[in-house]
Design a protein around this ligand. Sequence first.
Ligand code: MRU
Length: 351
Amino acid sequence: MNKMFLEPSVRLDDDNDALILLDQTLLPAEKRFISLTDRKGIWEAICRLKVRGAPAIGIAAAYGAYLGVKNSRAADGEALLKEFLPVKDYLAGSRPTAVNLFWALDRMERRLRAEIMRPPGEIKAALREEAETIRDEDEEVCRTLGENGLTLLEKGWGLLTHCNAGTIATARYGTATAPIYLGHQRGYDFKVYADETRPLLQGARLTAWELMEAGIDVTLICDNMASIVMKQGKVQAVVVGCDRVAANGDSANKIGTSGVAILAKHYGIPFYVFAPLSTVDLSCATGEDIVIEERNPEEVTEMWYAGRMAPADVKVYNPAFDVTDAGLITAIVTEKGIARHPYTEALKAFF
Ligand code: MRU
């Protein structure tokens, strides 16, 4: 394996009927892999962000769907489908915004239906193969995103990123980080600024950590420092991932992303969204159709603090994502090419 990358953060341990995950909630203090064998554990791992990042969620769900029926005693394909559908629905309820979750589960169902006349053992083998293909394709797609993204960036640039769209959020390479990793191999000497990303600190805990592990120049900033680093000329491009891109190019990503896009526009800095086509949802006409997850108030008032840092019973609003208007996005980088305005036509052409 390429030394620049960590071990895969999501993988199947078929011998032990288990999904192996790097528990991202423990990083950077502890690098621990956990083994999950039941659907409840996999649902919780997604919901509690032990596995997170849109592509990694999709991969975990695909493995979970396979494991959910692997030991079924169904007599035929129809009976196996009857057992599969509740597993699929259950896993689909773990988080609402990243479309990769639903995309991967739908793909698993399609594969099962395509094989339905075969003996159950062969159908299960096909489901395992489909989940592994989803993982393998994601690695290749992310590498291509990196190649395409690199054409937009120049040697020595400062790049600001938000949240973690990194190797641990995908099969490998990450989405927004893919050109950073490829550029690192090719002497681009990027200087990365990682927003800490309140409230769950994906930038501080995950992006800063994984880029440092790879020997990449990264500087951590608080979210409210993005403006000053842009004004001081330290940032030549913003690169972010996304959880769902609507047909018109509106892009949902970690809360705070749209604010970064507004700042980038103010300072005349290009703002690039990195989106595998598995993250593009043409059934959402605009960002208005994207469901925004709301999470526990404790993530804002207590988590990461030594003690509570807000008045007891204060009202809290904790949306986990926001939508960046297509008008603020300079380009959307996909594996099929780079989409520019008008996005409706450009994105449709990739399918
Ligand atoms: O709540 P999270 O940590 O799952 O949010 C993740 C993001 O916002 C990422 O930027 C996105 O999923 C892309 S990951 C390649």
